[in-house]
Design a protein around this ligand. Structure first.
Ligand SMILES: NC(=O)c1ccc[n+]([C@@H]2O[C@H](COP(=O)([O-])OP(=O)(O)OC[C@H]3O[C@@H](n4cnc5c(N)ncnc54)[C@H](OP(=O)(O)O)[C@@H]3O)[C@@H](O)[C@H]2O)c1
Length: 302
């Protein structure tokens, strides 16, 4: 089928283009910059240049392409991930204005389905909860300190996608990705480099994070083109939630490095308050049973 990927040049975008291409889909990748066209072509996609902040331009682009499915991987975070709430400001704007332009464009063009990237932190930043959490309570937790507008924008983007099928022929699915790891993921590659220098610190605290390998993200997202139900959220996470400290300890052990020093979240918070909350104290042990059952997807144990 013909698929338009917005955010084609992002960290999950290029592996997704390769996955869709290998399945025989006709893939078009959106970028704002013709300089990135060659990256899209190298991953098996046909590049198209447009800016989703320009409502008329994106509507005309989607209409011209006529995709059956649109995949939105529109986030714009710092290269190695957000350290402070203010690092989300460009993403907040993108989720607010640009996200709705893309959904509107898909609806006007009669696209059958829109599949949108979200993230496990849409659940909120609670510090405790059940041993395993599923998608049945979409918003149990509060924002991080100072992050009300950011979390509202993320949840607003999700709601526009999820409700799309109620008033148009374009049904929407939201994929809540875990914290990425694997080759080509800049923050993971930074952890590996730091661990090799014996300097990768672990953030302590009682939090749990759900993780996902970038190749499993591509497979789950490709499956969501024609599996799953419109109006639904799916957790795209590993079988094994893990604290940040345990993740870093395992990584160091795999690299035959000494056990990393654990820093208390309060100390990490002096330099990186958002990261200290998200990866130190937030409770997100998520179930992937719904994605396994409905998207016909299983993450590879690693
Ligand atoms: N779950 C997770 O762990 C998770 C999730 C997201 C991001 N991250 C991390 O955060 C870092 C940054 O990744 P990112 O994906 O946020 O940013 P990114 O790599 O800069 O990708 C942003 C994508 O959105 C597109 N885009 C942005 N604004 C646009 C606009 N106005 N119109 C059209 N397209 C637009 C960009 O297209 P062009 O630049 O080609 O125009 C690009 O493809 C990476 O380290 C990543 O691993 C982690």
């Amino acid at each position: 089928m013909r698929v338009l990927v917005a955010g084609a040049t992002s960290v999950p975008g290029l592996p997704l283009l390769r996955e869709l291409n290998s399945r025989g889909h006709e893939v078009v990748g959106l970028t704002r910059s013709s300089a990135k066209a060659s990256d899209i072509e190298a991953a098996g996609g046909k590049p198209v240049v447009a800016d989703v902040f320009n409502a008329a331009e994106i509507a005309a682009t989607v209409q011209d392409i006529g995709p059956e499915v649109v995949v939105s991987l529109l986030t714009t975070l710092p290269k190695t991930g957000p350290l402070r709430v203010k690092d989300f400001e460009p993403a907040r704007k993108l989720w607010t204005a640009a996200g709705s332009n893309l959904v509107d464009a898909a609806q006007k063009a009669g696209v059958r389905r829109i599949v949108a990237e979200s993230v496990i932190f849409a659940y909120g930043y609670q510090s405790s909860g059940p041993a395993v959490m599923d998608e049945s309570d979409p918003y149990p937790g509060p924002p991080p300190k100072g992050g009300d507008a950011m979390l509202a924008a993320l949840r607003g983007m999700e709601q526009r996608v999820l409700s799309s099928g109620q008033h148009s022929a374009t049904e929407g699915i939201v994929l809540r990705y875990g914290a990425f790891y694997g080759p080509g993921v800049p923050h993971y590659e930074m952890f590996v480099r730091l661990a090799k220098w014996w300097a990768m610190p672990a953030i302590g605290g009682g939090g749990i994070v759900s993780w996902v390998h970038i190749d499993d993200v591509a497979k789950a997202t490709a499956n969501a083109l024609d599996h799953g139900r419109g109006g639904q959220i799916y957790n795209i996470v590993d079988d094994r939630p893990q604290s940040f400290a345990d993740f870093v300890r395992e990584l160091s052990a795999k690299l035959h490095r000494p056990r990393p020093i654990t820093l208390p979240p309060r100390l990490v918070g002096l330099l990186a308050p958002y990261a200290a909350t998200a990866f130190g104290t937030t409770w997100l042990p998520l179930s992937n049973a719904k994605a396994k059952g409905e998207l016909d997807w299983t993450p590879i144990p690693r």
